[in-house]
Ligand binder design. Structure first.
Ligand code: 5AD
Ligand code: SF4
Length: 453
C-alpha cells in the first residue's frame, strides 16, 4: 500500500526474541505498518536486543552508531525516523540508553510490547524520548492483537512456529541476568495459549515449539480454574486437529515432573527431543551457580527419560570457566558429556554479567584458560553431534518440510530430533510430514531421499 509506514526490526538472541519480534510487528501492522527490508526504508527501526552474553550492550551501541547515520541521511531527505530499543538490553539499561545514544527515541522492555504502537506515536507526536521498562500489571499477551494469517511482511505461512507460554524465571542461577531482565515467573492461561495455537494451526502451522525461560516450570490457569502443568498443556494442545508436533524449550532439570515424563512416554505428538541445560558437571560449581541440583540429579533425570523414551535426543547448555572452576571441575564436565552423549549442545565461556552474584566472585578464570577449555569441550560435542547424525544414515525419518532450500528444487525440513534435513522435492511437500531415507550426514544436518508421497 503506498503511503503506509514501514518498520524494520532487527532481532538478536533467543527464540523468545524471535517470537516477540513477530508479535511486535503484528501489533504495528494494525496501525498500518508494513515490514521494511532495510533500515534505510523504515520510518520505525526496532532493535530487539539480547543481554545474555558479554558485550551485548556494546554491540547494541555500535549498531546504534550505524543507525544514527541512517537516521541522519533520512532526515536530510526530509524523512522522520523513530528508533526504538526493545528486549533485555532495554530492560537492563533503561534510561542509560537514552543518555548514551541520542539517536534513540524509545526504550521499551519486554513486558510493554502491547504498548509499542502507542508509545511510538507518542514519541513522534510529542517529540519526546520515552523509557518504558516497568513491569505493568496488565497482561501484555491479552493486549496484543490475535496472530496474523501469515508471517508479517510475507505471504509465508510457516510449518513450524514459536509460542511463548511462560516468561521470567525465579531460579536465580548466579551467572544469569534473566531473573532481572524478564522478571519473576509468569505462566499464560491455558485458554489464551490454546486460542493462539488454534489460530497458528489455521494459518498452516503443523509444529509448535512452546517457549519459556523456564518452560517446564509452567503452571498456568486451566479452564476449570485449577493450575495446569506443562504436561497438561501439551496434552490439551495435542488435541488440536492439524497440529502434528509439539516441542518445548528451555527447561530446568529440577522441574522435570512425573507427568512430563509420562507425556514423553505417551504423547505421540511430543517430539523425542529435549533441550536440558546442565551447565557444569562439577557439584562444587553447580552449588556456586545456585543450580540447586547435582550432576547425579541430572544423570537420574536423563536415565528416566531414556527409560520412557529410549530414542530421545538430548541437547544442553554448558558454561566453562565459571569463577573458581579448576581443571578437576572442568574434567567433571567433560566426563558428564562423555557419559550422556548429546545430539546437540550449546557451550559458552563464562562472562560476568553486571549485577549478578557470580560477577562479584574474586577468583575469575583467565580468558586463555576459558578459551582452551571451550575448545576442548566443543571438539567433544562436535564429535558427538556428528556421531548422532551418522547414526541416522540408512534410516527412514519423518521430516516436516519447512522451506525451500538454497538451490532450486531443494527442500529443507526437520527430523523429530530437530536435525535439518535436505532433499530434492517439489514445493507441495512444504508443510507436510513425509518419510525420508537418510543418505548422508554432517555435523549440523542430514540429506536424504523422499520415500513416499
Ligand atoms: N556467561 C556464560 N554463559 C551464560 N549463559 C547464561 N548466562 C551466562 C553467562 N553469564 C548461558 C547458559 C544458559 C544459556 C542460555 O546461556 O548456559 O543456559
Ligand atoms: Fe537463568 Fe535458566 Fe537459571 Fe533461570 S534457570 S536463572 S533462566 S539459567
Amino acid at each position: 500500500m503506498p503511503g503506509t509506514k514501514k518498520v524494520f526490526v532487527k532481532t538478536f538472541g533467543c527464540q523468545m526474541n524471535v517470537y516477540d519480534s513477530e508479535r511486535m510487528t503484528e501489533a504495528l501492522a494494525q496501525y498500518g505498518y508494513t515490514v521494511a527490508d532495510t533500515p534505510e526504508s523504515a520510518e520505525l527501526i526496532v532493535l530487539n536486543t539480547c543481554h545474555i552474553r558479554e558485550k551485548a550492550a556494546e554491540k547494541v551501541y555500535s549498531d546504534l552508531g550505524r543507525i544514527r547515520e541512517v537516521k541522519e541521511e533520512r532526515r536530510q531527505a526530509g524523512k522522520n525516523t523513530v528508533v526504538a530499543v526493545a528486549g533485555c538490553v532495554a530492560q537492563a539499561e533503561g534510561s542509560e540508553i537514552i543518555a548514551r545514544a541520542p539517536v534513540v527515541d524509545l526504550v521499551i522492555g519486554p513486558q510493554s510490547y502491547h504498548r509499542l504502537p502507542e508509545l511510538v506515536f507518542r514519541a513522534q507526536s510529542e517529540s519526546r524520548r520515552i523509557v518504558e521498562v516497568a513491569f505493568p500489571e496488565e497482561d501484555k499477551f491479552a493486549n496484543l492483537p490475535a496472530r496474523a494469517a501469515t508471517v508479517p511482511g510475507t505471504q509465508i505461512a510457516p510449518a513450524s512456529a514459536f509460542l511463548t507460554i511462560q516468561e521470567g524465571c525465579d531460579k536465580f542461577c548466579t551467572f544469569c541476568v534473566v531473573p532481572y531482565t524478564r522478571g519473576m515467573e509468569y505462566s499464560r492461561p491455558v485458554a489464551a495459549i490454546v486460542a493462539e495455537a488454534e489460530s497458528l494451526v489455521a494459518r498452516g502451522v503443523r509444529e509448535l515449539t512452546l517457549l519459556g525461560q523456564n518452560v517446564n516450570a509452567y503452571h498456568g490457569e486451566g479452564p476449570d480454574g485449577a493450575t495446569c502443568s506443562l504436561a497438561g498443556l501439551i496434552n490439551r494442545l495435542a488435541e488440536i486437529d492439524g497440529l502434528e508436533r509439539l516441542r518445548y524449550t528451555t527447561s530446568h532439570p529440577n522441574d522435570m515432573s512425573e507427568d512430563l515424563f509420562a507425556a514423553h512416554r505417551d504423547q505421540e505428538k511430543l517430539m523425542p527431543y529435549l533441550h536440558l541445560p546442565f551447565q557444569s558437571g562439577s557439584d562444587r560449581i553447580l552449588a556456586a551457580m545456585n543450580r540447586k541440583h547435582t550432576a547425579d540429579d541430572y544423570r537420574r533425570v536423563i536415565e528416566r527419560l531414556r527409560k520412557v523414551r529410549p530414542d530421545i535426543a538430548l541437547s544442553t547448555d554448558i558454561i566453562v570457566g565459571f569463577p573458581s572452576e579448576t581443571q578437576e571441575d572442568f574434567d567433571a564436565t567433560l566426563a558428564l558429556v562423555e557419559e550422556i552423549g548429546f545430539a546437540q549442545a550449546f557451550s559458552f565461556k563464562y562472562s560476568a554479567r553486571p549485577g549478578t552474584p557470580a560477577a562479584k566472585i574474586a577468583e575469575q578464570v583467565p580468558e586463555g584458560v576459558k578459551t582452551e577449555r571451550l575448545h576442548r569441550l566443543q571438539e567433544r560435542l562436535e564429535a558427538q553431534a556428528s556421531r548422532f547424525n551418522e547414526g541416522c544414515v540408512g534410516k527412514i525419518v519423518q521430516v516436516l518440510f519447512e522451506r525451500p532450500g538454497r538451490q532450486a528444487g531443494q527442500l529443507v525440513g526437520r527430523s523429530p530430533y530437530l536435525q535439518p534435513v535436505h532433499v530434492e522435492g517439489a514445493p507441495e511437500y512444504l508443510g507436510r510430514v513425509i518419510p525420508v531415507e537418510i543418505s548422508a550426514a554432517g555435523m549440523k544436518s542430514l540429506s536424504g531421499v523422499i520415500r513416499a508421497a
